[in-house]
Design a protein around this ligand. Structure first.
Ligand SMILES: [Zn+2]
Length: 214
């Protein structure tokens, strides 16, 4: 049995997020949107809609410019995480989902720095990583095959897609149909292996995600 958890990063986008929500509604699939504070500021209504339709809203930093693990600037990680969480406000999941970003989706020491880790632990955040990244932003027309390959090579997949204006989400319906045809089951739950920190408690080693720069 192949189980797939969808997640959408870097939104909300005024055109693409509603398109994604329409497709998910047709397929009766619930997911998590990891949003940017800077975009949420102007487009909260999109997160309200997603939340109202049963999707979870997670924190994906405010600016998404410099991976937290590549910055040693004091206060930067705190601002990026805390300010975004304030903007998410009542739309936040009680587990306070946070997803870091790095370089090209690699799970390495660009994801976090010591200050970020401290904010996550003190703030009771749940850190949500991933185990499939079909690079929909690199090949917006050709990510589906790679995504299927990744999903069907393991029992539980947490896949990262992006509700941004690349055109990639025009393929979302096709991806979901193909995955369903091959027997995939969709869930909103995250595979345990993708969640190193749960409500501020470090459950599995985070050293490999942590730069020592700061
Ligand atoms: Zn991102």
């Amino acid at each position: 049995m192949t189980q797939i958890t969808l997640s959408f990063d870097n939104g909300p986008d005024p055109d693409v997020t509603p398109q994604v929500l329409d497709v998910l509604r047709r397929h009766d699939i619930r997911t998590t949107f990891f949003v940017l504070g800077d975009k949420l500021r102007e487009r909260r209504y999109l997160c309200e809609r997603a939340h109202g339709e049963g999707h979870a809203i997670g924190n994906h930093t405010y600016n998404h410019l410099v991976p937290l693990g590549m910055s040693a600037a004091a206060g930067m990680a705190t601002f990026e995480i805390v300010r975004t969480q304030e903007l998410i406000g009542t739309l936040a999941h009680e587990r306070r989902f946070f997803r870091p970003f790095g370089g090209g989706g690699l799970l390495d020491d660009r994801l976090l720095n010591p200050e970020a880790l401290d904010v996550l632990v003190q703030g009771g955040f749940t850190c949500v990583l991933w185990n499939a990244i079909p690079e929909d932003w690199v090949r917006p027309q050709e990510w589906v095959d790679r995504a299927l390959q990744q999903c069907f090579s393991q029992a539980e997949t947490l896949i990262v897609l992006h509700d941004i204006a690349t055109g990639a989400m025009n393929q979302l319906d096709r991806f979901l149909n193909l995955a369903k045809d091959r027997g995939a089951r969709f869930t909103q739950d995250f595979p345990e292996s993708c969640v190193p920190i749960e409500r501020g408690r470090i459950l599995r080693p985070v050293d490999r995600y942590l730069s020592r720069a700061a």
